[in-house]
Design a binder for this molecule. Structure first.
Ligand code: SAH
Ligand code: SF4
Length: 362
Protein backbone atom coordinates (compact mmCIF):
# COMPACT_ATOMS: atom_id res chain seq x y z
CA UNK A 1 0.00 0.00 0.00
CA UNK A 2 1.40 3.40 -0.99
CA UNK A 3 1.67 6.18 1.58
CA UNK A 4 -0.26 9.40 0.95
CA UNK A 5 2.86 11.24 -0.19
CA UNK A 6 3.47 8.63 -2.90
CA UNK A 7 -0.10 8.67 -4.14
CA UNK A 8 -1.41 10.96 -6.84
CA UNK A 9 -3.60 13.84 -5.71
CA UNK A 10 -6.25 13.65 -8.43
CA UNK A 11 -7.18 17.31 -8.07
CA UNK A 12 -3.72 18.24 -9.32
CA UNK A 13 -4.43 16.70 -12.72
CA UNK A 14 -5.60 18.66 -15.75
CA UNK A 15 -8.44 17.13 -17.80
CA UNK A 16 -5.95 15.72 -20.32
CA UNK A 17 -3.71 14.31 -17.58
CA UNK A 18 -6.77 12.69 -16.07
CA UNK A 19 -7.59 11.09 -19.43
CA UNK A 20 -4.04 9.72 -19.56
CA UNK A 21 -4.16 8.53 -15.99
CA UNK A 22 -7.40 6.67 -16.60
CA UNK A 23 -6.13 5.26 -19.89
CA UNK A 24 -3.33 3.60 -17.92
CA UNK A 25 -6.10 1.50 -16.33
CA UNK A 26 -7.60 0.84 -19.74
CA UNK A 27 -10.48 3.20 -18.98
CA UNK A 28 -12.30 5.14 -21.68
CA UNK A 29 -12.22 8.89 -22.13
CA UNK A 30 -15.74 9.50 -20.83
CA UNK A 31 -14.63 8.22 -17.44
CA UNK A 32 -12.53 11.37 -17.07
CA UNK A 33 -15.67 13.48 -17.41
CA UNK A 34 -17.36 11.48 -14.67
CA UNK A 35 -14.29 11.86 -12.53
CA UNK A 36 -14.00 15.63 -13.08
CA UNK A 37 -17.61 15.99 -11.98
CA UNK A 38 -17.15 13.91 -8.86
CA UNK A 39 -13.99 15.73 -7.87
CA UNK A 40 -14.81 19.34 -8.67
CA UNK A 41 -18.59 19.65 -9.00
CA UNK A 42 -19.73 17.20 -6.36
CA UNK A 43 -16.68 17.70 -4.19
CA UNK A 44 -16.73 14.08 -3.04
CA UNK A 45 -14.22 13.15 -0.38
CA UNK A 46 -14.01 9.42 -0.91
CA UNK A 47 -13.92 7.01 -3.83
CA UNK A 48 -16.91 5.18 -2.37
CA UNK A 49 -19.07 8.17 -3.33
CA UNK A 50 -18.18 7.72 -7.02
CA UNK A 51 -21.14 5.45 -7.55
CA UNK A 52 -20.91 5.18 -11.33
CA UNK A 53 -17.49 3.50 -11.07
CA UNK A 54 -17.22 -0.19 -10.31
CA UNK A 55 -16.21 -1.21 -6.83
CA UNK A 56 -13.11 -2.95 -8.14
CA UNK A 57 -11.99 0.15 -9.98
CA UNK A 58 -12.60 2.38 -6.97
CA UNK A 59 -10.46 0.00 -4.97
CA UNK A 60 -7.72 0.21 -7.59
CA UNK A 61 -7.92 4.00 -7.59
CA UNK A 62 -7.60 4.28 -3.85
CA UNK A 63 -4.40 2.27 -3.95
CA UNK A 64 -2.50 4.74 -6.09
CA UNK A 65 -4.36 8.02 -5.76
CA UNK A 66 -6.27 10.10 -3.25
CA UNK A 67 -8.76 12.95 -3.04
CA UNK A 68 -7.33 15.91 -1.15
CA UNK A 69 -9.62 18.03 1.03
CA UNK A 70 -9.25 21.41 2.71
CA UNK A 71 -11.34 22.47 5.66
CA UNK A 72 -11.33 25.84 7.32
CA UNK A 73 -9.83 26.02 10.79
CA UNK A 74 -11.28 29.48 11.39
CA UNK A 75 -14.15 31.42 9.86
CA UNK A 76 -14.73 35.10 10.64
CA UNK A 77 -17.63 37.23 9.52
CA UNK A 78 -17.57 41.02 9.22
CA UNK A 79 -20.59 43.26 9.68
CA UNK A 80 -20.84 43.85 5.94
CA UNK A 81 -21.23 40.11 5.37
CA UNK A 82 -17.66 39.50 4.20
CA UNK A 83 -16.29 36.20 5.48
CA UNK A 84 -12.68 35.16 5.87
CA UNK A 85 -11.66 31.49 5.89
CA UNK A 86 -8.37 30.32 7.33
CA UNK A 87 -7.04 27.02 6.04
CA UNK A 88 -4.26 24.93 7.42
CA UNK A 89 -2.37 22.99 4.77
CA UNK A 90 -0.95 19.53 5.13
CA UNK A 91 2.52 20.89 6.00
CA UNK A 92 1.18 23.29 8.63
CA UNK A 93 1.35 26.40 6.43
CA UNK A 94 -1.74 28.57 6.40
CA UNK A 95 -3.64 30.50 3.78
CA UNK A 96 -6.80 32.58 3.65
CA UNK A 97 -9.72 33.02 1.28
CA UNK A 98 -12.32 35.78 1.43
CA UNK A 99 -15.98 35.61 0.43
CA UNK A 100 -17.49 38.96 -0.51
CA UNK A 101 -21.24 39.39 -1.03
CA UNK A 102 -22.13 42.41 -3.14
CA UNK A 103 -25.69 42.86 -4.46
CA UNK A 104 -26.25 40.01 -6.93
CA UNK A 105 -22.64 38.88 -6.77
CA UNK A 106 -20.89 36.53 -4.42
CA UNK A 107 -17.16 36.76 -5.06
CA UNK A 108 -14.57 34.38 -3.69
CA UNK A 109 -11.03 35.72 -3.41
CA UNK A 110 -8.43 32.93 -3.57
CA UNK A 111 -4.81 32.62 -2.53
CA UNK A 112 -2.22 31.21 -4.90
CA UNK A 113 0.88 31.19 -2.67
CA UNK A 114 1.73 30.98 1.02
CA UNK A 115 2.96 34.55 1.51
CA UNK A 116 4.51 36.56 -1.30
CA UNK A 117 8.07 37.31 -2.38
CA UNK A 118 7.45 40.73 -3.87
CA UNK A 119 7.28 42.86 -0.74
CA UNK A 120 5.14 45.77 -1.87
CA UNK A 121 5.44 48.38 0.86
CA UNK A 122 1.71 48.79 1.39
CA UNK A 123 0.85 45.09 1.68
CA UNK A 124 0.91 42.88 4.76
CA UNK A 125 0.93 39.59 2.82
CA UNK A 126 4.44 40.27 1.58
CA UNK A 127 5.83 41.09 5.04
CA UNK A 128 6.84 37.56 5.95
CA UNK A 129 8.12 36.73 2.47
CA UNK A 130 7.24 33.70 0.39
CA UNK A 131 6.89 30.28 2.00
CA UNK A 132 5.84 28.28 -1.03
CA UNK A 133 3.59 28.01 -4.07
CA UNK A 134 0.19 26.42 -3.69
CA UNK A 135 -0.54 23.22 -5.56
CA UNK A 136 -3.38 23.10 -8.07
CA UNK A 137 -5.47 21.12 -5.59
CA UNK A 138 -4.84 23.65 -2.82
CA UNK A 139 -6.05 26.50 -5.03
CA UNK A 140 -9.17 24.58 -6.07
CA UNK A 141 -9.95 23.13 -2.65
CA UNK A 142 -10.49 26.66 -1.34
CA UNK A 143 -13.51 26.89 -3.66
CA UNK A 144 -14.84 23.45 -2.74
CA UNK A 145 -14.43 24.08 1.00
CA UNK A 146 -16.19 27.45 0.91
CA UNK A 147 -19.02 26.07 -1.26
CA UNK A 148 -19.65 23.41 1.38
CA UNK A 149 -20.08 26.08 4.03
CA UNK A 150 -22.73 27.98 2.05
CA UNK A 151 -26.45 27.65 2.61
CA UNK A 152 -28.30 25.57 0.01
CA UNK A 153 -28.99 27.41 -3.28
CA UNK A 154 -26.33 30.03 -2.60
CA UNK A 155 -23.74 30.04 -5.34
CA UNK A 156 -20.40 31.69 -5.80
CA UNK A 157 -20.73 33.88 -8.91
CA UNK A 158 -17.20 35.26 -9.31
CA UNK A 159 -13.66 34.18 -8.59
CA UNK A 160 -10.79 36.60 -8.09
CA UNK A 161 -7.18 35.53 -7.68
CA UNK A 162 -6.36 38.43 -5.40
CA UNK A 163 -5.68 36.76 -2.08
CA UNK A 164 -2.26 35.81 -0.74
CA UNK A 165 0.51 35.64 -3.29
CA UNK A 166 1.38 36.69 -6.82
CA UNK A 167 -0.56 34.31 -9.09
CA UNK A 168 1.79 34.59 -12.05
CA UNK A 169 4.77 33.70 -9.86
CA UNK A 170 3.02 30.32 -9.49
CA UNK A 171 2.27 30.27 -13.19
CA UNK A 172 1.81 26.61 -14.03
CA UNK A 173 -0.37 25.69 -11.08
CA UNK A 174 -2.44 28.85 -11.30
CA UNK A 175 -3.13 28.32 -15.00
CA UNK A 176 -4.01 24.69 -14.48
CA UNK A 177 -6.37 25.68 -11.68
CA UNK A 178 -8.07 28.48 -13.64
CA UNK A 179 -8.54 26.14 -16.62
CA UNK A 180 -10.39 23.75 -14.31
CA UNK A 181 -12.41 26.63 -12.85
CA UNK A 182 -13.69 27.40 -16.35
CA UNK A 183 -14.00 23.79 -17.54
CA UNK A 184 -17.60 22.73 -18.28
CA UNK A 185 -17.17 19.42 -16.45
CA UNK A 186 -15.33 20.91 -13.49
CA UNK A 187 -16.29 24.24 -11.89
CA UNK A 188 -18.11 25.75 -14.89
CA UNK A 189 -17.33 29.41 -14.16
CA UNK A 190 -17.57 31.67 -17.17
CA UNK A 191 -14.09 32.97 -17.93
CA UNK A 192 -15.57 36.46 -17.71
CA UNK A 193 -16.21 35.80 -14.05
CA UNK A 194 -12.67 34.81 -13.15
CA UNK A 195 -10.16 37.62 -12.64
CA UNK A 196 -6.45 37.23 -12.04
CA UNK A 197 -4.58 40.12 -10.48
CA UNK A 198 -0.86 40.51 -11.06
CA UNK A 199 1.89 43.07 -10.67
CA UNK A 200 2.76 42.25 -14.28
CA UNK A 201 5.63 39.74 -14.32
CA UNK A 202 6.85 40.23 -17.89
CA UNK A 203 7.97 36.72 -18.91
CA UNK A 204 4.73 35.25 -17.57
CA UNK A 205 2.61 37.95 -19.22
CA UNK A 206 4.39 37.16 -22.45
CA UNK A 207 3.66 33.44 -22.02
CA UNK A 208 0.07 34.25 -21.15
CA UNK A 209 -0.45 36.28 -24.30
CA UNK A 210 0.28 33.10 -26.30
CA UNK A 211 -2.26 30.99 -24.43
CA UNK A 212 -5.96 31.50 -24.33
CA UNK A 213 -6.32 32.33 -20.66
CA UNK A 214 -9.61 31.45 -19.04
CA UNK A 215 -9.80 34.65 -17.01
CA UNK A 216 -9.79 38.41 -17.16
CA UNK A 217 -6.62 40.22 -16.38
CA UNK A 218 -6.13 42.84 -13.67
CA UNK A 219 -2.83 44.65 -13.35
CA UNK A 220 -1.73 46.26 -10.08
CA UNK A 221 -0.44 49.59 -11.30
CA UNK A 222 -0.43 51.67 -8.12
CA UNK A 223 1.60 54.54 -9.59
CA UNK A 224 1.82 56.57 -12.77
CA UNK A 225 5.59 57.02 -12.91
CA UNK A 226 8.57 54.70 -12.55
CA UNK A 227 10.10 56.24 -9.42
CA UNK A 228 6.90 56.14 -7.38
CA UNK A 229 6.09 52.62 -8.53
CA UNK A 230 9.58 51.41 -7.63
CA UNK A 231 9.23 53.04 -4.23
CA UNK A 232 5.90 51.29 -3.56
CA UNK A 233 6.62 48.06 -5.44
CA UNK A 234 10.27 47.00 -5.60
CA UNK A 235 9.39 44.56 -8.43
CA UNK A 236 9.15 47.62 -10.68
CA UNK A 237 12.93 47.66 -10.88
CA UNK A 238 12.87 44.35 -12.74
CA UNK A 239 9.64 44.84 -14.59
CA UNK A 240 9.17 48.57 -15.09
CA UNK A 241 5.84 50.26 -15.59
CA UNK A 242 6.63 51.28 -19.18
CA UNK A 243 7.29 47.67 -20.19
CA UNK A 244 4.28 46.31 -18.35
CA UNK A 245 2.08 48.83 -20.15
CA UNK A 246 3.67 48.04 -23.51
CA UNK A 247 2.83 44.36 -22.93
CA UNK A 248 -0.74 45.31 -21.98
CA UNK A 249 -1.04 47.36 -25.14
CA UNK A 250 -0.14 44.28 -27.25
CA UNK A 251 -2.10 41.81 -25.17
CA UNK A 252 -4.60 39.92 -27.33
CA UNK A 253 -7.89 40.77 -25.63
CA UNK A 254 -11.21 39.31 -26.63
CA UNK A 255 -13.93 41.51 -28.05
CA UNK A 256 -15.23 44.10 -25.60
CA UNK A 257 -12.76 42.92 -22.96
CA UNK A 258 -10.83 45.49 -21.01
CA UNK A 259 -7.88 45.17 -18.71
CA UNK A 260 -8.63 46.27 -15.17
CA UNK A 261 -5.94 48.37 -13.58
CA UNK A 262 -5.78 48.49 -9.81
CA UNK A 263 -4.52 51.58 -8.14
CA UNK A 264 -4.05 51.56 -4.37
CA UNK A 265 -4.30 55.20 -3.32
CA UNK A 266 -1.70 56.26 -0.77
CA UNK A 267 -1.84 59.71 0.80
CA UNK A 268 0.84 62.07 -0.40
CA UNK A 269 2.50 59.40 -2.56
CA UNK A 270 0.35 58.75 -5.62
CA UNK A 271 -2.90 60.66 -5.04
CA UNK A 272 -2.30 64.08 -6.64
CA UNK A 273 -4.24 65.55 -9.55
CA UNK A 274 -1.00 65.39 -11.49
CA UNK A 275 -0.87 61.63 -10.89
CA UNK A 276 -4.41 61.29 -12.20
CA UNK A 277 -3.57 63.24 -15.35
CA UNK A 278 -0.42 61.21 -15.93
CA UNK A 279 -2.42 58.03 -15.46
CA UNK A 280 -4.79 59.11 -18.22
CA UNK A 281 -1.81 59.69 -20.48
CA UNK A 282 -0.06 56.39 -19.87
CA UNK A 283 -3.22 54.30 -20.26
CA UNK A 284 -4.19 55.87 -23.56
CA UNK A 285 -4.75 53.24 -26.23
CA UNK A 286 -5.28 50.34 -23.81
CA UNK A 287 -8.89 49.15 -23.43
CA UNK A 288 -9.01 49.68 -19.70
CA UNK A 289 -10.96 50.46 -16.60
CA UNK A 290 -9.44 51.37 -13.29
CA UNK A 291 -10.26 50.36 -9.75
CA UNK A 292 -9.21 52.93 -7.18
CA UNK A 293 -8.57 51.24 -3.84
CA UNK A 294 -8.04 53.67 -0.96
CA UNK A 295 -5.20 52.14 1.07
CA UNK A 296 -6.26 49.73 3.78
CA UNK A 297 -4.25 51.00 6.69
CA UNK A 298 -2.70 48.54 9.11
CA UNK A 299 -0.08 48.50 11.82
CA UNK A 300 3.23 47.90 10.11
CA UNK A 301 2.24 49.76 6.96
CA UNK A 302 3.90 53.18 6.94
CA UNK A 303 1.19 54.96 4.93
CA UNK A 304 -2.22 56.54 5.21
CA UNK A 305 -5.21 56.53 2.94
CA UNK A 306 -6.17 59.79 1.25
CA UNK A 307 -9.26 61.77 2.30
CA UNK A 308 -12.55 60.96 0.60
CA UNK A 309 -12.45 64.30 -1.21
CA UNK A 310 -9.02 63.51 -2.63
CA UNK A 311 -10.18 60.11 -3.86
CA UNK A 312 -13.28 61.69 -5.39
CA UNK A 313 -11.27 64.40 -7.14
CA UNK A 314 -8.85 61.79 -8.49
CA UNK A 315 -11.76 59.74 -9.80
CA UNK A 316 -13.36 62.79 -11.41
CA UNK A 317 -10.21 63.66 -13.32
CA UNK A 318 -10.04 60.13 -14.69
CA UNK A 319 -13.72 60.07 -15.62
CA UNK A 320 -13.50 63.50 -17.27
CA UNK A 321 -10.61 62.11 -19.30
CA UNK A 322 -12.83 59.26 -20.52
CA UNK A 323 -11.52 56.49 -18.27
CA UNK A 324 -13.97 54.34 -16.33
CA UNK A 325 -12.79 54.67 -12.73
CA UNK A 326 -14.50 52.90 -9.85
CA UNK A 327 -13.71 53.45 -6.18
CA UNK A 328 -13.49 50.10 -4.42
CA UNK A 329 -14.28 50.64 -0.81
CA UNK A 330 -12.69 48.09 1.42
CA UNK A 331 -14.72 45.16 2.64
CA UNK A 332 -14.25 43.17 5.82
CA UNK A 333 -11.70 45.55 7.32
CA UNK A 334 -12.42 44.69 10.96
CA UNK A 335 -11.57 41.03 10.32
CA UNK A 336 -8.49 41.95 8.25
CA UNK A 337 -10.05 40.51 5.12
CA UNK A 338 -9.49 43.53 2.87
CA UNK A 339 -6.94 43.78 0.05
CA UNK A 340 -3.40 43.50 1.30
CA UNK A 341 -4.40 42.44 4.80
CA UNK A 342 -4.20 38.66 4.47
CA UNK A 343 -1.52 37.17 6.67
CA UNK A 344 -3.16 33.92 7.83
CA UNK A 345 -2.21 34.62 11.44
CA UNK A 346 -3.98 34.32 14.76
CA UNK A 347 -5.65 31.61 16.79
CA UNK A 348 -7.74 28.77 15.44
CA UNK A 349 -11.27 29.14 16.67
CA UNK A 350 -12.91 26.07 15.22
CA UNK A 351 -12.72 22.61 16.72
CA UNK A 352 -10.71 19.99 14.81
CA UNK A 353 -11.70 20.39 11.17
CA UNK A 354 -13.54 17.12 10.59
CA UNK A 355 -16.52 18.15 12.69
CA UNK A 356 -16.88 21.62 11.18
CA UNK A 357 -18.15 20.91 7.71
CA UNK A 358 -21.64 19.68 7.06
CA UNK A 359 -21.29 16.74 4.70
CA UNK A 360 -23.14 17.79 1.66
CA UNK A 361 -22.31 17.77 -1.97
CA UNK A 362 -21.57 21.08 -3.69
N1 SAH B 1 -0.17 39.83 -5.87
C1 SAH B 1 -1.25 40.22 -6.71
C2 SAH B 1 -2.59 39.80 -6.19
C3 SAH B 1 -2.84 39.90 -4.73
S1 SAH B 1 -2.87 41.54 -4.08
C4 SAH B 1 -1.19 41.70 -6.97
O1 SAH B 1 -0.47 42.40 -6.30
O2 SAH B 1 -1.89 42.13 -7.90
C5 SAH B 1 -4.46 42.11 -4.64
C6 SAH B 1 -4.61 43.61 -4.69
O3 SAH B 1 -4.54 44.18 -3.37
C7 SAH B 1 -3.52 44.31 -5.50
O4 SAH B 1 -4.10 45.15 -6.46
C8 SAH B 1 -2.79 45.13 -4.45
O5 SAH B 1 -2.24 46.29 -5.04
C9 SAH B 1 -3.87 45.41 -3.45
N2 SAH B 1 -3.38 45.77 -2.12
C10 SAH B 1 -2.31 45.26 -1.48
N3 SAH B 1 -2.15 45.85 -0.27
C11 SAH B 1 -3.16 46.75 -0.14
C12 SAH B 1 -3.55 47.67 0.89
N4 SAH B 1 -2.88 47.76 2.03
N5 SAH B 1 -4.63 48.43 0.67
C13 SAH B 1 -5.34 48.33 -0.47
N6 SAH B 1 -5.03 47.47 -1.48
C14 SAH B 1 -3.94 46.69 -1.32
FE1 SF4 C 1 2.57 40.38 -3.18
FE2 SF4 C 1 0.43 41.51 -4.36
FE3 SF4 C 1 1.03 42.01 -1.76
FE4 SF4 C 1 2.58 42.98 -3.69
S1 SF4 C 1 0.43 43.49 -3.34
S2 SF4 C 1 3.28 41.98 -1.79
S3 SF4 C 1 2.52 41.35 -5.18
S4 SF4 C 1 0.42 40.06 -2.64
Amino acid sequence: MKSLSEKIDLKNLSPSELVEFLASFGKERYRSIQMLRWLHQQGVESFDQMTNLSKAFRQQLSQISFISVLRPVRVEKAEDGTQKFLFQLEDGNRIESVLIPDKARLTLCLSTQVGCALGCRFCLTGKAGLKRDLRVSEILNQIIAVKKMLPEKTTITNIVLMGMGEPLANYRNTLKATALMAHPDAFKFSSRRITLSTVGLLPELEALSKEKPSFRLAISLNASDEATRTYLMPVNRRYPLSKVLARCRDFPLGRRIRITFEYVMVEGINDSSQDAKRLLRILRGIPSKINLIPLNEAPGIPFKKPSEERVKRFQEILMEGGLLAIVRNSRGREISAACGQLQAKGPLTLPPPCETVPQRNV
